[in-house]
Design a protein around this ligand. Structure first.
Ligand SMILES: Cc1ncc(COP(=O)(O)O)c(C=O)c1O
Length: 440
């Protein structure tokens, strides 16, 4: 057997892929990504694909970025890992300072984990214990939004609001208050007002994805929304947790989505793009006020009893430092403004397609909804597999994307060049047209 065939056959024999119906997967030939070049992923046959969803929303400056590569190599030659439990390492320390420098004013302490869901767990436990220490043990519940997504661990699922992903696990979850999604109405604010006025004394925190509910289908809040939400939380003494795992690191056009409204949360959750899309690393960042609440004598047992084996891993932290240096050196956020303008112009074209029922974006995060009959609000059926058809055609066109239900997601690396961006959007346009118009 050739190496290439061996890889495919071992994959089919031994890997259970995440968020994948394996019955379908096992009937198709696996796509093996073996190499990369900027925004391109390259398969084992040498075919090149634009990474249209930033390798599941993580990639920032493209692949094989020399500065990040060499930062990792340099670190490996010193030490690959040592624990952060009770001791430290240079990369974790230097990165923490960099993160505080770019975080909204008032955030002062960084708690490291490995992935987004773990960082969300940290935020929830931190908020819960904070109120406990302050003698307000009744403030133990969380408020979340319908359509929200914060990861797949049980705490994160307990504050999730996507039935398709979350309802199966309901018997395992703790109860949360849920209010309407912010996508198109003011419902969230009015429901929050009512909920807080009646129940704030039982609420530890509100957790939301600021401005874009990503996994919920790229649902976008209207401008100024976050400010109102932040004011309400302050008024009712409810902590605000902003989950910027998907929106962070320039994806929405500012370093963080909360920068659009100059809002400082009590707890900020970062992941995905933190290492430029290289290595698993996440951070839960909070204020001195929360941090200091946990200070006490050993026997008071106020320490935050949470940690992960790889918290503050030096290689991941080195990658993250290099990632942030590129943001500074290349003025990534400023440059992204031009890219976003072009992206928005390109997105307008999609309204000309017969089966496109909605187009939304915030910065470089976009969702294009497909419907069988948009005029009469008729959705495709599950068995139509319409978005899979679109993605299969896109793959033939040299573009890798992954949908959310019948929403086609486009989320390219922020570094994408004009020409590449146009190739990406035009290929997706063509794929939607072919999949939907040949079908009906
Ligand atoms: C907003 C948000 N929070 C948390 C997560 C979970 O991150 P991870 O997949 O790294 O656990 C995600 C993942 O998509 C996300 O979009």
């Amino acid at each position: 057997m050739t190496t290439s065939n061996k890889i495919k056959s071992y994959d089919l024999d031994y890997i259970w892929h995440p968020f994948t119906q394996m019955k379908d997967y096992l009937n198709e030939e696996p796509l093996v990504i073996e190499n990369s070049d900027g925004v391109f992923l390259i398969d084992s046959d040498g075919n090149r694909y634009i990474d249209g969803v930033s390798s599941l929303w993580v990639n920032i400056h493209g692949h094989k970025v020399s500065k990040i590569n060499s930062a990792i190599k340099k670190q490996v030659d010193k030490v690959a890992h040592s624990t952060l439990l009770g001791i430290t390492n240079p990369s974790a320390s230097l990165l923490a300072k960099k993160l505080i420098d770019i975080s909204p004013k008032g955030l002062k302490k960084v708690f490291y984990s490995g992935d987004g869901a773990s960082a969300v767990e940290v935020a929830l436990k931190m908020a819960f214990q904070y109120w406990l220490i302050k003698g307000k043990s009744k403030k133990s519940k969380f408020v979340c939004l319908k359509g929200g997504y914060h990861g797949d661990t049980l705490g994160a699922v307990s504050v999730g609001g996507i039935d398709a992903f979350h309802s199966t696990f309901k018997p395992l979850l703790f109860e949360s208050y849920q209010v309407s999604s912010y996508d198109s109405s003011d419902l969230t604010i009015s429901e929050l007002k009512t909920l807080f006025s009646e129940k704030a004394d039982t609420v530890a925190a509100l957790i939301i994805e600021p401005y874009v509910q990503a996994a919920g289908g790229i649902k976008v809040a209207k401008d100024g929304y976050l400010k109102e939400i932040s004011k309400l939380c302050k008024k009712y003494d409810v902590l605000l947790i902003l989950d910027e795992v998907a929106t962070g690191f320039g994806r929405t056009g500012e370093m963080f989505a909360c920068d659009h409204d100059n809002v400082t949360p009590d707890i900020l959750v970062l992941g995905k793009g933190l290492t430029g899309g290289y290595l698993p690393l996440s951070a839960t960042i909070t204020t001195n006020q929360i941090f200091e609440t946990f200070l006490g004598d050993h026997e008071e047992m106020k320490a935050f009893f949470h940690g992960h084996s790889y918290s503050g891993n030096p290689i991941a932290c080195s990658a993250a430092i290099a990632n942030l240096e590129i943001f500074e050196d290349e003025k990534t956020i400023i440059k992204a403004k031009t890219t976003i303008k072009i992206f928005e112009d390109e997105l307008k074209e999609f309204s000309g397609l017969k089966h496109v029922s909605g187009i939304r974006n915030k910065g470089l995060m976009a969702g294009i909804d497909l419907k069988k009959d948009p005029k009469n609000d008729v959705s495709y059926e599950l068995k139509d597999r319409i978005s899979k058809k679109v993605c299969d055609i896109a793959r033939r066109e040299g573009v890798l994307i992954r949908p959310l239900g019948d929403t086609i997601v486009i989320m390219p690396p922020i570094s994408i060049k004009q020409k590449e961006l146009k190739k990406l959007t035009k290929s997706i346009y063509k794929s939607i047209k072919e999949a939907t118009e040949n079908e009906s």
